[in-house]
Write a protein that binds this ligand. Structure first.
Ligand code: 5AD
Ligand code: SF4
Length: 456
């Protein structure tokens, strides 16, 4: 194995699972002598870890490849630059990318990036052959192991991949494949190794994370597969781990045990991402979401009952085919009722191969634009109101790094808000109490009250 030092630049698009995958790609490449740089200029290997969820996200790949071409030409005289496309665009359009963008040397799907070293070697030998978009998720995690390079105090851990829900707007079941959960022992091994490296907060990732049903740990096989609630409680017992989060959940897979985990596990943060996409039952049905608006509201009410300090975030789509003004108003009504701490909202984007793309009653782009603006104005108001409601409260803050001003630290509240406070540098990596004095749309500021040992 060669250990000559080589420069690696990875650009990550899209969701947190891509962030996790990019980190794991670095882990795989480090033993080959690759070191990360923060510019593609002069890099020996450039990886674009791509997202296919909406049209705009997918288009970015081709424009980035255009920008990389002259850099690759410049590097030709000094060892050359290998360009790889990874992630969901690679999965969906692998062969097409190689054809359309000859600057690309290799294409690797989300389930085969553990084979990057082999693919790179292949790309160097014979251009055009280095494409691997098989689905071999079990093999991937076995081969990746637990030795992760980490920075900071918070880490993502994939616990589940893929989705069998087939919402009619979504490419994920096609790009990430069928639902699959990692065994509990394997996840616990990874979290323990992270805790030993100083990680204090883990976010468990899955496209449909609350459908988690991983093999029970050794000795407990008789339990049958464990659900997410059991996994969360088990991870809460790992020394050093102070905060647990998970994302993304589907309303249909909210079971009572997971709701109870919010009640009985203080390390599980009281901030929960539960996308609903629309407030109209007609649209929810057309989206194949398999529940009604009222079911969602009942789940939110139940969560608030067991954990009164819980805050909710979500995702919304406007302009799904067939959405009328009345359907959109039902979405606005649901948003008023839930009162989100934060919510992402998107114009419906036709994705090739999904049932939604073939629906005849597409909504006009201008109408989508108007609806998105109205929804975002309401969501902004809610987010500002939520942040302002923190003023006067004392929140536990996990300090992560120095702040912008001298003597200041930057950290995160239980609700993932950025918090700035004057605090000694030795509190970096620790949870401390901060009395909140100021709030804006995106951040809080406050006064350090004192260190705190508990999670929330
Ligand atoms: N168009 C617009 N938004 C989409 N999302 C997923 N697919 C589409 C699409 N075709 C949004 C959903 C999902 C989030 C990750 O992206 O709101 O929850
Ligand atoms: Fe896509 Fe989520 Fe629906 Fe699965 S549940 S198809 S990932 S939106």
């Amino acid at each position: 194995m060669s250990t000559t030092r080589k420069r690696l630049f990875i650009k990550t698009y899209g969701c947190q699972m891509n962030v996790y995958d990019s980190e794991r790609m670095k882990d795989v490449l480090t033993p080959l002598g690759y070191e990360s740089t923060d510019t593609p200029d002069g890099a020996d290997l450039v990886i674009l870890n791509t997202c296919h969820i909406r049209e705009k996200a997918a288009e970015k790949v081709y424009s980035e490849l255009g920008r990389l071409r002259p850099l690759k030409e410049d590097k030709a005289a000094s060892g050359g630059m290998t360009i790889a496309v990874a992630g969901c665009v690679a999965q969906a359009e692998g062969a097409e990318i190689m054809k359309r963008a000859p600057v690309v040397d290799l294409v690797v799907g989300p389930q085969t990036y553990h084979k990057l070293p082999e693919l790179i070697a292949k790309a160097h030998r014979a251009k055009g052959e280095a494409l691997d978009t098989e689905f071999e998720v079990e093999d991937k995690f076995d081969r990746l192991g637990n030795d992760r390079q980490v920075e900071g105090y918070s880490a993502f851990v994939t616990v589940q991949e893929g989705c069998d829900k087939f919402c009619t707007f979504c490419v994920v079941p096609y790009t990430r494949g069928a639902e699959w959960s990692r065994p509990v022992d394997q996840i616990v091994g990874e979290v323990r190794a992270l805790a030993a490296k100083g990680i204090r907060e883990v976010t468990l990732l899955g496209q449909n994370v609350n459908a988690f049903h991983g093999a029970a740990p050794s000795g407990r096989e008789a339990d049958g597969p464990w659900g997410l609630g059991q996994l969360v409680r088990h991870i809460a017992l790992i020394g050093g781990i102070e905060r647990i989060r998970f994302t993304t959940s589907h309303p249909r897979d909210m079971d009572e045990d997971l709701i109870q985990a919010f009640a009985d596990t203080p390390k599980l943060m009281p901030y929960f991402h539960l996308p609903v996409q629309s407030g109209s039952d007609k649209i929810l049905k057309a989206m194949n979401r398999q529940h009604e608006a009222a079911d969602y509201l009942t789940t939110i009410a139940r969560l608030r009952e067991v954990r009164p300090d819980i805050a909710i975030s979500g995702d919304m789509i406007v302009g799904f085919p067939g959405e009328t003004d009345a359907d959109f108003e039902a979405t606005m009504e649901l948003v008023r009722e839930v009162n989100y701490a934060s919510c992402f909202s998107f114009k419906y984007s036709k994705r090739p191969g999904t049932p939604g793309a073939a629906m005849f009653n597409q909504v006009d782009e201008a109408v989508k634009g108007e609806r998105l603006a109205a929804l975002q104005a309401l969501l902004d108001e809610q987010q500002i109101a939520f942040n302002t409601s923190m003023i006067g409260k004392t929140l536990p803050v996990l300090f992560e790094k120095p702040g912008r001003l001298e003597g200041q630290l930057h950290g995160r509240s239980p609700y993932l808000q950025s918090v700035h406070a004057h605090a000694p540098a030795e509190l970096i990596g620790q949870i401390a109490e901060v009395e909140i004095e100021g709030a804006s749309r995106n951040a809080l500021s406050g006064r350090l009250i004192g260190p705190k040992r508990s999670a929330a």
